[in-house]
Design a protein around this ligand. Structure first.
Ligand code: 5AD
Ligand code: SF4
Length: 445
């Protein structure tokens, strides 16, 4: 990190929610860097606090108000402190935030981040600023990057934003807007710049990333075509993508999992429920059977692929039989990892109006489901013991001399290797499987 200069201001960003928010926070920090802000790790002593928020579940949104409440003291100590709210809560509840929490100076929705410097100028002139527009221009083209900044070896890169699917539970189509894909040329340029700054693994992000269709040379590019073009970049060792919808898993993307060496054998493919009755009510437009068939085809292309998913329990009108169908689907697939949630009512979404499942029932179903997933997760991890895997090392571990990285299958791997530089990509022999990670020994290069 650059040395702090007397006239630089301190920026504290706290990020909630998905990886896209992590990426957006990095881009906002870089944009504000150009306006003289340097990032700091704590809100105390900051000149500006920016919360990059998530609206996906009720709890996520409520956290923001309690976090803002905690900044009262800081604002009293330093009246010049500016407080901003970005992200999906900003988009969904912009005016409401200003009303509920007068401490807030600035509210900016996810599609208006490139306007931050202007908004900040307004705030610095003593005004409040709110921008939740969906402007037609590509925000990323107007967000400066700092080419000199060294990056961690694994980076996110947003290629697609928004969603047109309108699942009955989900706020994303409202907070992130309609599906938009960035042009391949810009993505390739950004990827090359990341690699030049030390990045060796890129995770392509989108709320519906496999629906990607960017306007490029020769017409619309699919995600598979983009991945193949990215894999030509020297120095880029690994490519991943998330999050996908089963209905957009095209033949060319399945084929890429079979023959594109840089595409990692890990796929996050949410199904949400294993009951066709509930899937229909969720407006998912796929069935449990069509999902299972799809998994079969993906596994035929890449037998060792590790699958991950998202599940919602207690969706309105979910019966015990519906829940058992979800458990059956999980048993049939065998996940390496998964995220699961109790259904949370989101204002403005169709399911919010329907008959809700009792909270205690939701809690019990969540525990049952999570117990099964964790057994599967542990089994998938245990199967790695004795194998040689390739690991991209990202940071030092908690114990002295330990380095931690990720395997191709996204398992965290610890080795004892005090002198190993961050960013090394090395073969490791796995010797033990612990609760949330693997332990291994470094093999000679
Ligand atoms: N309640 C609970 N979980 C939800 N998700 C999205 N909306 C809701 C909601 N209203 C979950 C889905 C999605 C993940 C990002 O969050 O499983 O795939
Ligand atoms: Fe949360 Fe969805 Fe917004 Fe990501 S896009 S921050 S998951 S509401």
């Amino acid at each position: 990190m650059a040395e702090s200069k007397a006239n630089t201001k301190k920026l504290y960003i706290k990020t909630y929610g998905c990886q896209m928010n992590v990426y957006d926070s990095e881009r906002m920090a870089e944009a504000l860097g150009a306006s003289g802000y340097e990032q700091t790790q704590s809100p105390e002593g900051a000149d500006m606090i920016l919360l990059n928020t998530c609206h996906i579940r009720e709890k996520a949104a409520e956290k923001i108000y309690s976090e803002l409440g905690r900044y009262k003291g800081l604002k009293a100590e330093n009246p010049a402190l500016k407080i901003g709210v970005a992200g999906c809560v900003a988009q969904a509840e912009g005016q409401e935030i200003m009303r509920r929490q007068p401490l807030v100076d600035l509210v900016v929705g996810p599609q208006a981040y490139h306007r931050l410097p202007d908004l900040l100028a307004r705030v610095n002139a003593g005004k409040k600023a709110l921008d939740t527009d969906f402007p037609p221009e590509d925000k990323f083209e107007h967000l400066p990057v700092r080419p000199q900044a060294k990056r961690r070896p694994a980076a996110f890169l947003t290629v697609q934003e928004g969603c047109d699917k309108f699942c009955a539970f989900c706020v994303v189509p409202y907070t992130r807007g309609a599906e938009v894909s960035r042009p391949p040329a810009r993505i390739l340029a950004e990827a090359r710049a990341l690699v030049a700054r030390g990045v060796r693994e890129i995770t392509l992000l989108g709320q519906n990333v496999n629906a990607y269709h960017g306007a490029g040379a020769g017409g619309d590019w699919s995600l598979a075509r983009l991945i193949r073009a990215l894999s030509e970049i020297d120095g880029l060792a690994r490519i991943r993508f998330t999050t996908s919808h089963p209905n957009d898993m095209g033949d060319d993307l399945i084929a890429a999992h079979g023959d594109c060496e840089k595409l990692m054998p890990y796929l996050h493919l949410p199904v949400q429920s294993g009951s066709d009755r509930i899937l229909k009510r969720m407006n998912r437009s796929h069935t449990a059977e069509s999902y299972l068939k799809l998994i079969e085809r993906i596994r035929a292309a890449r037998p060792d692929i590790l699958l991950s998913g998202d599940f919602i329990v207690g969706f309105p009108e979910e019966t015990d039989a519906d829940f058992q169908a979800t458990m059956d689907l999980i048993r049939a697939v065998g996940y390496g990892q998964a995220y699961s949630f109790k259904y949370s009512t989101r204002p403005g979404t169709p399911a919010a109006e329907r008959d809700q499942v009792d909270e205690a029932v939701k809690t019990e179903r969540l525990h049952t489901l999570q117990a099964l997933i964790s057994t599967q997760q542990r089994a998938a991890q245990d199967r790695m013991v004795g194998k040689t895997v390739s690991v991209l090392f990202e940071r030092a571990g908690r114990e002295a001399g330990q380095m931690v990285g990720k395997s191709e299958h996204l398992h965290a791997v610890h080795v004892d290797a005090p002198d190993l530089p961050v960013g090394s990509l090395r073969k490791v022999k796995i010797i033990a499987s612990n609760s949330n990670s693997l332990a291994g020994v470094l093999l000679p290069e």
